[in-house]
Design a binder for this molecule. Structure first.
Ligand SMILES: Nc1ncnc2c1ncn2[C@@H]1O[C@H](COP(=O)(O)OP(=O)(O)OP(=O)(O)O)[C@@H](O)[C@H]1O
Ligand SMILES: [Mg+2]
Length: 270
């Protein structure tokens, strides 16, 4: 992942306990949606959003149960969220991942969902960008290789800002596309094997296995429609993303998933 380095005035002040006196920050490339994401020493700074206090509480609950997510450290002197920087490789840079890692990602997502299932879903927490048909669980909503750090055996999901009410199956469908690498030009047999490993790791029940091929196509199409309709009304950053690689990517991904529906069904049947 390319890191653009630039001087950042005013860091490392007495008001910034995590500035570490470095007086310098790296702008972290790789994301599209959060505005500026900056590394300062061993921390990451991201914009503080209306839902961030809730997101932080959710992350801390996950951490208390032993799930490895970045530690949070409140706000810095500029009001930004301060998070632990997680060293390692972004999974997207080495995707598609091997089946054993993909299976472990499935296990991890199941643990996240099971902890979340014990928590109430606040009725005033707005749904995410792609609302689930029946939202009943606080979900990450962007569980994908572009938000997973791998360091040896350590697997850590970052970028929890979009956490919001959704559902297991909607969150799983999205993660299954990414970790199965169900993307155009992929080898169908290899993608089906990764998908099966992911779903076995998640220990999906019969109902989810039967629904998944349809849900994955629906979820990919929802991504495409979000980008397309954002472009129609000029809503950024999705409008620009529609025009660059992302619009074509999600349209072609939708077709690829639909075209090979029977392969996915066969691979994940019990
Ligand atoms: N806690 C962290 N530890 C290590 N690297 C991080 C961390 N947070 C962010 N990064 C790096 O910064 C990049 C952008 O961060 P992040 O994914 O949070 O931004 P975003 O704009 O919200 O992304 P997206 O487009 O996925 O919504 C990541 O791809 C990763 O390389
Ligand atoms: Mg991200």
């Amino acid at each position: 992942m390319a890191l653009a380095r630039r001087a950042e005035a005013g860091r490392g002040s007495a008001l910034d306990p995590y500035g570490l006196g470095m007086g310098e920050a790296e702008v972290l490339d790789g994301g599209n949606t959060s505005g500026e994401v900056v590394r300062v020493g061993d921390t990451v700074r991201k914009p503080w959003l209306a839902t961030t206090a809730r997101v932080v509480a959710f992350m801390e609950t996950l951490r208390e149960t032993g799930i490895d997510v970045p530690g949070t450290h409140g706000r810095d002197e500029q009001g930004r969220l301060v998070l632990d920087f997680v060293p390692g490789t972004m999974a997207i840079d080495i995707a598609p991942l091997g089946v054993d890692v993909v299976r472990r990602v499935g296990v991890l997502i199941r643990r996240i969902h099971d902890v979340s299932a014990r928590l109430p879903v606040p009725s005033d927490w707005p749904a995410g960008l792609l609302p689930a048909p029946h939202a009943d669980l606080i979900c990450h909503n962007d569980l994908a290789t572009w938000n997973l750090v791998i360091d040896g055996d350590r697997l850590v999901f970052i970028d929890w800002d979009g956490a919001a009410p959704s559902s297991r199956s909607w969150d799983v469908a999205y993660a299954a596309i990414s970790f199965g690498h169900l993307f155009p030009e992929s080898d169908v047999c290899a993608s089906a094997a990764r998908l099966a490993a992911f779903i076995d790791g998640y220990d999906a029940d019969q109902a989810l296995r039967e629904q998944l091929p349809t849900l994955m196509a629906d979820r990919a199409r929802a991504m495409y429609e979000l980008l397309r309709t954002s472009h129609e009304i000029g809503r950024e950053p999705w409008s620009s993303m529609f025009l660059d690689f992302h619009g074509d990517h999600w349209r072609n991904t939708t077709h690829f998933i639909e075209q090979h529906r029977s392969d996915w069904s066969r691979a994940i049947a019990r």
